[in-house]
Design a protein around this ligand. Structure first.
Ligand code: HEC
Ligand code: HEC
Length: 272
C-alpha cells in the first residue's frame, strides 16, 4: 500500500496550514508596523527600517535626529598607570628638552612657565602631560593648535617631553605646605551638602590622584576656561567624569574664586 504524500497542495491539511501561517504573518506585520505605530502621536513613517526600530523599542528622537549615541567620542581612552607617573631618566629629559625648546616654549614658556594664557608645564606630573598629549592626538580633547602638534609626536617623544617638564621647578609650593588657611572652603573642605569633594583631595595638598594636574600658579584665564568646559561638557576627557561632577554644581562666582586662588604665584602675605 502507498502512503499519501504529505507536502502537496492537494493535501487539505497542508494547504490550510500554509495559508494560515501566511495570513497570520501578514496580519502581524500590519498590526506591528502600521497599525500600532500609527496610534502613537510622534510616529512618522519613514520606512520599514524605522518601523522595525520603533517596534524594538528605539526612542523616536534617535531616529528623528538621525544620530545614534556614540560610545567614546570625546572621552579619554588613556588608561593611567603608575609607570607614567615615574620620573624620567637623564637621557629622556635631555631629548625632551630639545623637542620642547624647538616646538613648545613659544607658548608654554622657556622654563615651562607661560606668560600667555597657555597652561604652565613646569613641574607638571609626567602622567598628566602624557595623558593630555594622547587625548589631543586622538581628538578626545579639543584644541586646534595642540591637536595638530600632538599628531606629530611619537609615543617616545611624549614620554621624553613629560620627563623634561617634570624636571623643572613648579610655579609655587602646594597650598597646604604654604599653610594658606584663607583658601576658599571649596578648595579645603569641599561642600558635603552638595556632595562636592575638596580640590585638595585630588589635586595635591591632602592627596594626589593619578592624572589630576598640578594647578598652583596656572594662569587664571586658563583655569576658568577649563572648568567651564568641563561644566558645559565641551571637555569630557576626565576619566570617570571626576571633574565634570565637581564643577557642574558650582556657580560662576565660585568658579571665579577657586580660579583666582589657584592662580596666585605667591602665597598670601602672612599665611605661612
Ligand atoms: C601656539 C601655542 C602652543 C604651542 C606651540 C604648544 N602649545 Fe601646548 N597648549 C597651548 C594651549 C593654548 C593649551 C590649552 C589648550 C586647551 O584649552 O585645551 C595647551 C595645552 C597643552 C597641554 C595640556 C596641559 C594641561 O595642563 O592640561 C599640554 C600637555 C601641552 N599643551 C603640551 C605641549 C607640548 C609638548 C608642545 C610642544 C610639542 C606644545 N604644547 C606646544 C598652546 C601651545
Ligand atoms: C575627584 C577628584 C577631583 C576633584 C575633587 C577635583 N578635581 Fe580637578 N581634575 C581631576 C582630574 C583627574 C583632572 C584631569 C582630567 C583629565 O584627565 O583631563 C582634573 C582637571 C582639572 C582642571 C584642568 C587642568 C588642566 O590643566 O587640564 C582644573 C582647572 C581643575 N581640575 C580644577 C579643580 C578645582 C578648582 C577643584 C575644586 C573645586 C577640582 N579640580 C576638584 C580630579 C579632581
Amino acid at each position: 500500500m502507498q502512503e499519501p504524500r504529505l507536502y502537496t497542495w492537494r493535501n487539505g491539511w497542508f494547504r490550510w496550514s500554509v495559508l494560515g501561517v501566511s495570513g497570520m504573518t501578514v496580519a502581524a506585520l500590519l498590526v506591528g508596523l502600521i497599525w500600532l505605530p500609527s496610534l502613537q502621536s510622534d510616529f512618522t513613517a519613514k520606512g520599514v527600517w524605522d518601523s522595525i526600530c520603533r517596534a524594538a523599542g528605539v526612542p523616536s528622537e534617535w531616529i528623528a535626529q538621525g544620530k545614534w549615541p556614540s560610545a567614546s567620542k570625546g572621552t579619554t581612552q588613556v588608561v593611567l598607570t603608575s609607570d607614567m607617573a615615574r620620573a624620567g631618566a637623564g637621557d629622556a629629559i635631555g631629548r625632551g628638552a630639545t623637542i620642547a625648546v624647538q616646538q613648545c616654549s613659544m607658548c608654554h614658556g622657556a622654563q615651562g612657565m607661560s606668560d600667555a594664557n597657555a597652561p604652565n608645564l613646569a613641574g607638571q606630573y609626567p602622567e598628566v602631560v602624557i595623558k593630555q598629549l594622547h587625548d589631543y592626538k586622538r581628538g578626545d580633547r579639543a584644541s586646534a593648535i595642540m591637536q595638530t602638534l600632538a599628531q606629530r609626536l611619537s609615543d617616545k617623544d611624549i614620554t621624553d617631553i613629560a620627563a623634561y617638564y617634570d624636571s623643572l621647578p613648579k610655579a609655587r609650593a602646594a597650598i597646604v605646605q604654604a599653610g594658606e588657611m584663607d583658601a576658599p572652603a571649596l578648595v579645603r573642605v569641599g561642600d558635603p551638602l552638595r556632595n562636592i569633594v575638596p580640590c585638595v583631595s585630588c589635586h595635591g595638598g591632602i592627596d594626589h590622584k593619578i592624572g589630576a594636574p598640578w594647578l598652583e600658579g596656572m594662569p587664571k584665564e586658563y583655569l576658568l576656561k577649563e572648568m567651564k568646559a568641563f561644566a558645559s561638557g565641551a571637555r569630557r576627557n576626565d576619566s570617570f567624569a571626576q571633574m565634570r561632577n565637581v564643577v557642574r554644581p558650582l556657580t560662576s562666582q565660585e568658579l571665579d574664586s577657586v580660579a583666582e586662588f589657584y592662580a596666585r604665584r605667591e602665597p598670601a602675605a602672612g599665611s605661612r
